[in-house]
Design a protein around this ligand. Sequence first.
Ligand SMILES: Cc1cc2nc3c(=O)[nH]c(=O)nc-3n(C[C@H](O)[C@H](O)[C@H](O)COP(=O)(O)O)c2cc1C
Length: 427
Amino acid sequence: MASKRVLLIIGGGIAAYKCLELARRLGERGIGVRAVMTKAAQAFITPLSVGAITRERVFTDLFSLEEERDIGHIRLSREADLVVVAPATADLLAKMAGGHADDLASAVLLATDKPVLAAPAMNPRMWQHPATRRNVSQLKADGVHFVGPNVGEMAEPDEAGPGRMAEPLEIAAEIEELLEGRRSHPLRRRADPVRRADRSEFGQRRPLEGRHVLVTSGPTYEPIDPVRYIANRSSGRQGHAIAAAAARAGARVTLVSGPVALPQPAGVTVLKVETANEMLAAALGALPADIAICAAAVADWRVAQAATAKIKKAGSGAPKLTLVENPDILKRLAAGGKDRPVLVIGFAAETENVVQQAKRKLKAKGCDWIVANDVSAASGVMGGERNQVHLVTPQGVESWPEMDKSAVAERLIARAAERLAQRAADA
Ligand SMILES: Cc1cc2nc3c(=O)[nH]c(=O)nc-3n(C[C@H](O)[C@H](O)[C@H](O)COP(=O)(O)O)c2cc1C
């Protein structure tokens, strides 16, 4: 990526602050960033903070003699390998679609001969307004690439829906794809036999419509006695994010969840369980499913005979607990049989030799894919918001960049939807 350059056009929306992290992430990848800010963007963040991160002059004014003499709007638009608009406000999208050029940002966008990636961010009603829909269709037809918006909470209280800007790491991943030339014209992608299921468009396209997705999530609690149990540190965040992403992609989703302190994802049927045996029964009972994703951190062992009354602290020392193995839910779901889901995906939470262990697990469990992650204390994954995973398939290993668990979920669901579409096309 060294020597690649992005021209980042920052629009006037609340999400403008996320551009600082985006610029930092691009810098980490060796991608040079030069920024243009609209007048409205400067009401949200300052050119000083953008310039401090990009370590470049920030351009703001079409009619500045100094800026025009130093580099000029035509050169600005031509000297980058990619132009990124983030946040792409409703207003900027309208200007781009209409070919306006009355400020530096729009003039640069009209003058550029480089690929353009837009990361829209706006209130869901603005995003769903027929005018914005028309502008987005026009821009796609013109070859503009899009990342997001995601579905989620807005900055305004009680507002949720499509319109949240994609997270900086998601945008950075798209930028890398475009700079590496791995993305074609946005409309040509429609004709691809195996079209990449674009996470940002779940709201409109729903690639898992008519499919049933089974997800397991969270820890299991294995009782020692009525008040004590064996458990692990899983928060359920990754599994719940996957269930939510599958629902946004149009699937009917059954989420079998161990005890977690998370809200129920919208549009998902949740079956609450405690033990591994209960989780297995609920998962088998939910079949048939097209996709099964086992993200739960199921306890490997349970106490052979849980006490029916609280074990008392006696003078004779600590009680001896005999452990027995719990059922292997992933292996059971992956086993052949008429109810085997087309795609069975397991998670491998490891603290060392992550990829090696995952490859071994892929074979041992008979599943189709393993999502492997490092859950050592230093990684902060257990209970944290972010994850860095490796997708292990019989075809090889893909290491994804670190991103929010919701972004991992969106990407995984997009890949799973692609796989099902491919299977259907092959059949
Ligand atoms: C507090 C506040 C937040 C705003 N957030 C957004 C937003 O997220 N998305 C958007 O399209 N417009 C948003 N707007 C409206 C834009 O700032 C306004 O349309 C502006 O003209 C956009 O200018 P630009 O597209 O040249 O940056 C917001 C306005 C205010 C006052």
